[in-house]
Design a binder for this molecule. Sequence first.
Ligand code: HEC
Length: 414
Amino acid sequence: MNSLARSFATLSLVFSAGLFSACDVQTYDDAAAAFNAGGSSPPPTTPPVTPPPAPPTASFGPNFSEIQAAVFTPDCATSNCHSGANPQASLSLEEADSYAMLVGIASTQDAGIQRVVAGNPNNSYLIQKLEGTAATGTVMPPTGGLPQVDIDVIRQWISDGAIDDRVVVVNPIRLTSLSPAPGATLDAAPSQIVAGFDRELDASTVNAMTFTLFASGGDGSFNSGNEVQINATSISVPGANPSTAVFDLAGVALADDSYQVTLLGTGASVIMDIDANALDGEFSGTLPSGNGVAGGTFQAPFTVTTPVVLGPTLDQIQATVFSPLCSSCHNGAGANLPGSLNLSNANASFAALVNIASVQNAAIMRVAPNDPDNSYLIHKLEGTGGVTIMPPSGMLPAATTAVIRQWISDGAVR
Ligand code: HEC
């Protein structure tokens, strides 16, 4: 505030304070006079303070339907005005027509300006006519302008985007996301199933009837009669995200199998939104679900396949490599290879490999603990130096050999 403005402010403060005290004195004098007439000394009362009158408010809100009911229908769509087959200025403000004839439509009096420009009341011809600032014609309604408070509500509706609040959502609710994804193959069991929808759910419709999970029973089929229902720890619609349904699997062990998630849209109990629209659930491979018609159950599978983890222990290597791939030849029979190298069980393999010289290359141990590069077993598995590769049917995957190397690096313990 500059000094001039400040002194004005001070002045007006003094002025209103002066007014108030004049009023004060007047009231006090009146009371004193009245009291003196009664013959006693004046009471030490404070004068009553009259609250300022409340500012006038409109009787309707900034919604199209309320404006229609409070203004357009009673004040504009009257006979011979903005109604009937041949309305004034080709503008019908009857309920059925007004929104379509106002928003984004050029004025007939001034084609350079739209009747209602969503978001811009100042450039809306409707406001200019109501406030009497239009270049052409008279203020509307001609019988006398509306109170400014009413016009301000219409301004607010336009500022808010001139939305038609009569449009209600009738589309059925659809599933927009699912985790695990439909058809996913997981290498570990999920801890929860999360279904996302395109709007808020009626949480009371999301329960163990309408949101289910079945295991195939090991055959990958969900029609063979051996399916196993999986019970959730809880099924909920989180308050913080009411468009989501969560099937909690905390503490639930899911064996390797195929699983099917089902969300009911058809039947006695179905998943619904808060407007009681039923789930439009049909699923043909892409989300969102549905065929545009309420109803239809959503179903999608996922698979849990826990990878066989080949850990660097001799028991695991025995079970995964030596027994299935080597022991048919290296079976402990006879004094010569391959039988003399007994790989038929973990104890025999340990005894035949660790710190035992190779027959083919006596300078090197079959397995030299902590030294895979100088272990003949590794040479035979990797073909090092041109030795014939084991198994004879073809080299093992590098990942498998890497695990055997790791076992040797770790000390080749039993
Ligand atoms: C089809 C039979 C057969 C299978 C299966 C087989 N081997 Fe052999 N293995 C042989 C024969 C025969 C020899 C000796 C000739 C050679 O090395 O080709 C041999 C030699 C070896 C030697 C050399 C032993 C030494 O003391 O020099 C190692 C080590 C070996 N095999 C490991 C394995 C491993 C490990 C597997 C499994 C991953 C395996 N073999 C699978 C037949 C087999």
